[in-house]
Write a protein that binds this ligand. Structure first.
Ligand code: N7H
Length: 440
């Protein structure tokens, strides 16, 4: 059984979240604070499972490899990507170098990150002040990124306008799956648990999870312009509906969250709101050929490239992640909307948990999203890049299958709508380690 009191609980649906990236300047003092003050404030999974136990402000902490080194914890966690740090992975992830990276993410400067989540700015800020007071003299703040749910009816939607946070794997022993939700052994997400692909882990790391963080800027006006200029000319649809359909086919869901596999031509907000139906699909349909038919969903759609379901069912279990990101940055201004040019940065503070970064985030980005030949075994050898997150080092990306009338037609995406500003890999340690190995 999983020790849910020992597993850090990252809130999935939150209104405000701060990422405080830090370096450790006084090791002895930091360890003392970690053991005496921070550990008791870290939110457990048990606390998050029951609403009445949820703290007003949730706190998590995670360390990079350089952070473990700064704490003089030499133990190898046996994750190659974690050991190397994310900067070394920039080419593997499809970034055009690191010129566009936030400076703080370069040179392994960041030792760790505090994640603070709450429903109001006031709570978040007062907690942040407390944390700063506790850690005075022990850390240097390298970078602060402020995330927030979008306002009003856009709450829960990312900046392109699509409902996010619908499909997550169900971890055995932790949550009961909804229809269509895949059950995975805990070791796919948690280090040292059942079916962790790596057998050699230090005992103290059990119940921890690797946190892959990426700051992904989104070019929203440019994305909207692309949709407006390229409506899918499907009989019976207006130009506007054709533009909305193009967006939905790039993602694999409508803005409401309704999956296009079940609602292929028009949005279905009732379906979107129903948790027993909105994830209950596999891309397979009786009498339709899953190897050739893209009438409902392109092979290249974002949710199909990153979770192929029936296309690839036998092996995809090990490539699952739990996503816990939040939007950052302001709403599109009228001037940006009018000019179709982004002038203020906004995007997704992307967070993914997994027991192996090479099987999880890194694999999904490199082997699936950025690989034009994936999904393999289809009538089309090159379904193309993931139109949302696929990255080709800044070069043009070709995507097919988007036009249901002519699925062979390629769209050559000249610019990326999602642009990497870099990130880091962290280990979200089990809570016992915060007063154990890490504080010793
Ligand atoms: Fe993605 N988007 O708005 O288009 N994503 N994603 N993602 N994503 C998903 O099902 C988005 C990113 C996955 O189980 C939805 O919860 C954007 C990265 C996976 O069916 C939407 C960005 C990676 C899934 C978006 C972004 C992934 C998923 C549908 C960056 C991994 C679940 C909502 C700015 C490398 C698939 C939902 C499944 C869903 C969007 C990033 C992976 C709307 C804008 C970097 C595994």
């Amino acid at each position: 059984t999983l020790d849910l009191d020992n597993i850090q609980g990252d809130i999935l649906q939150k209104k405000k979240e701060l990422f405080l990236f830090f370096s450790i300047t006084n090791k002895v003092l930091f360890k003392q604070k970690l053991r005496a003050d921070i550990k008791n404030r870290v939110t457990t999974t048990t606390q998050l499972l029951s609403v009445s136990h949820q703290p007003v402000t949730a706190l998590n902490v995670a360390f990079s490899r350089s952070g473990l080194d700064a704490l003089e914890v030499p133990d190898m966690l046996n994750d190659i990507a974690f050991s190397g740090g994310q900067e070394a992975d920039n080419a593997v992830l499809g970034d055009p170098g690191t010129d566009n990276w936030v400076d703080a993410f370069l040179d392994k400067k960041i030792h760790g990150v505090f994640l603070l989540a709450s429903d109001t700015d006031a709570n978040l800020n007062s907690f942040l002040n407390d944390l700063r007071a506790i850690l005075q003299g022990a850390i240097k703040e390298e970078y602060l990124l402020v995330g927030a749910a979008r306002p009003g009816s856009e709450e829960g939607h990312e900046h392109f306008g699509f409902m996010d946070g619908i499909s997550q794997p169900a971890v055995e022993g932790f949550n009961t799956p909804l229809p269509g939700q895949e059950k995975i052994p805990p070791g796919v997400i948690l280090v040292g648990e059942d079916e962790d692909p790596i057998s050699k882990r230090p005992e103290w790391a059990r119940g921890g999870s690797f946190l892959a963080f990426r700051q992904l800027a989104q070019k929203v006006p440019e994305f909207n312009r692309f949709l407006t200029e390229n409506p899918l000319l499907v009989p019976g649809l207006t130009r506007e509906q054709g533009s909305a359909l193009l967006g939905a086919r790039m993602v694999g869901r409508w803005k409401s969250g309704a999956p296009i596999d079940l609602a292929p031509r028009f949005d279905d907000p009732v379906l979107a709101r129903d948790p027993t139906r909105n994830n209950d699909f596999t891309f397979a349909h009786p009498g339709e050929d899953i190897a050739s038919d893209q009438t409902r969903c392109p092979f290249s759609a974002h949710i199909r490239k990153t979770k192929p379901r029936a296309d690839f069912a036998s092996t995809d279990r090990e490539h699952q992640i739990i996503r816990a990101g939040i939007p950052y940055g302001p709403e599109v201004t009228p001037a940006e909307a009018a000019s179709n040019i982004t002038t203020q940065e906004r995007g997704l503070a992307f967070v993914a948990y997994q027991s192996s970064i090479s099987n999880g985030f890194r694999f999904l980005q490199q082997a699936w999203a950025n690989n034009p030949e994936f999904i393999t075994g289809k009538i089309d050898d090159t379904p193309g890049f993931d139109p949302i997150i696929g990255a080709n080092k800044g070069q043009e990306r070709s995507v097919s299958g988007l036009d249901p009338i002519n699925p062979k037609r390629d769209f050559d995406l000249k610019t990326d709508f999602v642009v990497s500003r870099g990130g880091e890999y962290f280990f979200s340690a089990p809570i016992s380690a915060l007063s154990g190995v890490l504080a010793a």
